[in-house]
Design a protein around this ligand. Structure first.
Ligand SMILES: C[S@@+](CC[C@H](N)C(=O)[O-])C[C@H]1O[C@@H](n2cnc3c(N)ncnc32)[C@H](O)[C@@H]1O
Length: 248
């Protein structure tokens, strides 16, 4: 059972299992305090814009929106400012944001209200669980036009590399939920992490075609607004890498 499926669940409650049976997570659940505004957002905006999902149950993404339109899933939206900007700029698409960090979810709910966004919904869930095939996961096959992963946790230490979210089994799950021709778009400011993602994806040519040509990073698409972590990386002098792959 996931500890992040509900907006109100307490801090990470690991099931009582020996350490070697603990799931390898791509995140550390830092609770952080909610601001008064974020607290209000959970009370008044979650019922309208939040999506409750429990692992092991099916989710019909089309039923979440008033207008049937191509659906973009963003994994790990952070404070959600970039995702809100994208949804405002592309009213012809629907967006579903996934994040495990409660204050970030509250922050995005407030942005949805401020910008009056009807095409954006928010989930507090582990992307790896949501994308699993049934009966574990929730999303139907070929239900998404795009999957976005901007500045995923880089896990720079070697012993943590297994926590990087882009792994062959995860990308297999991403390929399942993407419609043929759908786009997987990742970005990072950590060069070794960029190389890691490139290596994983280049080894899956039957599922993903690199839109920039084999082995190449992509030019930053104009549709990607800057994110909080990107700005931080730029302040540190980091180069930013985009990877854009098409589902075959
Ligand atoms: C480095 S931050 C980047 C946030 C944002 N995209 C940005 O660029 O500012 C990575 C985010 O991914 C979230 N995350 C990591 N693994 C996740 C998972 N399996 N499912 C959902 N969110 C995840 C973390 O909670 C964190 O907020």
């Amino acid at each position: 059972m996931s500890d992040v499926a509900s907006p109100d669940s307490p801090a990470a409650t690991e099931p009582a299992k020996p350490p070697h049976h603990r799931p390898v997570r791509s995140f550390v659940l830092r609770e952080g305090r909610l601001t008064a505004g974020q607290q209000r957002a959970f009370e008044t905006l979650w019922p309208r814009f939040g999506v409750d999902w429990q692992p092991g149950t099916a989710l019909d993404p089309a039923a979440l929106f008033d207008t049937p339109q191509p659906l973009v899933l963003e994994i790990g939206f952070g404070n959600g400012e970039s995702l809100a900007a994208q949804a405002a700029a592309a009213p012809e698409r629907n967006f579903l944001g996934l994040e495990v960090h409660r204050p970030g979810v509250g922050h995005l709910l407030l942005a949805i209200e401020r910008l009056g966004l009807g095409n954006l919904r928010v989930m507090r869930a582990d992307a790896r669980a949501l994308l699993r095939p049934p009966p574990e996961g929730g999303l139907p096959a070929a239900s998404l036009a795009a999957v976005q992963l901007f500045f995923p946790d880089p896990w720079p230490k070697k012993r943590h590399h297994k926590r990087r979210i882009v792994q062959p089994d995860f990308m297999q799950d991403v390929s399942r939920v993407l419609a043929p021709g759908g786009i997987f778009h990742a970005a990072t400011d950590w060069a070794p992490h960029a190389e890691h993602m490139l290596t994983v994806l280049e080894a899956m040519p039957a599922l993903f075609e690199n839109t920039a040509g084999p082995g190449h990073f992509a030019k930053r698409p104009a549709s990607r607004p800057p994110t909080k972590f990107e700005r931080r990386g730029e302040r540190l002098g980091h180069q930013v890498f985009d990877l854009v792959y098409r589902r075959r």
